[in-house]
Design a protein around this ligand. Sequence first.
Ligand SMILES: Cc1cc2nc3c(=O)[nH]c(=O)nc-3n(C[C@H](O)[C@H](O)[C@H](O)COP(=O)(O)OP(=O)(O)OC[C@H]3O[C@@H](n4cnc5c(N)ncnc54)[C@H](O)[C@@H]3O)c2cc1C
Length: 162
Amino acid sequence: MSIDPREYRSTIGLFATGVTVITASDGDHIRGMTANSLTSVSLDPLLLLVCVDRKARMAPVISAASHFAVNILRADQEAIARHFAGRPQPDIEVALEELAGAPVLSASLATLVCSRERILDGGDHLIVLGRVIALRRAAEGDPLLYFAGAYRQLAEMSTTLA
Ligand SMILES: Cc1cc2nc3c(=O)[nH]c(=O)nc-3n(C[C@H](O)[C@H](O)[C@H](O)COP(=O)(O)OP(=O)(O)OC[C@H]3O[C@@H](n4cnc5c(N)ncnc54)[C@H](O)[C@@H]3O)c2cc1C
């Protein structure tokens, strides 16, 4: 059965996710990229993965970097998500700092710094496996969500589960 890629995107887009910005440096420049392909992989060792389009400018940077970071965005950071998804926002200020060898966003809901463990083949994407070496999280705050092609906010469930 041949599946239309647009149908696939519309269907897999019903899997609601948080939104992250992946950050890494090539030594001279820091790059950021919005990503929602984050998956926690293993507790021992602590491994996570993100998938990066082979055509993305981030691909060669994260492939060469010894460390990268996953910055989980807060509900009020939609403009940051749009900016790092290739839609530059005119009045945005992006504050970056260093944490455990990787560039990170100064503000986020949580940040996980990884040493790059391995890059695996994922078709037109790279599967980037990272070993978590440092983390920090905000004391409070809600996550930014992505569902059915749009940014969303958390809401109370209206459905009663028997
Ligand atoms: C919700 C969502 C989830 C996504 N998930 C994924 C995913 O999991 N994997 C994937 O491959 N793609 C994903 N994408 C698509 C991806 O975010 C875009 O295709 C993105 O534009 C690719 O970035 P790039 O590396 O090619 O660089 P560009 O498009 O050139 O850069 C991205 C943006 O970041 C800005 N930027 C980069 N570095 C800095 C810096 N140091 N300071 C300030 N601004 C900077 C650039 O100005 C540009 O606006 C997702 C998009 C969305 C909206």
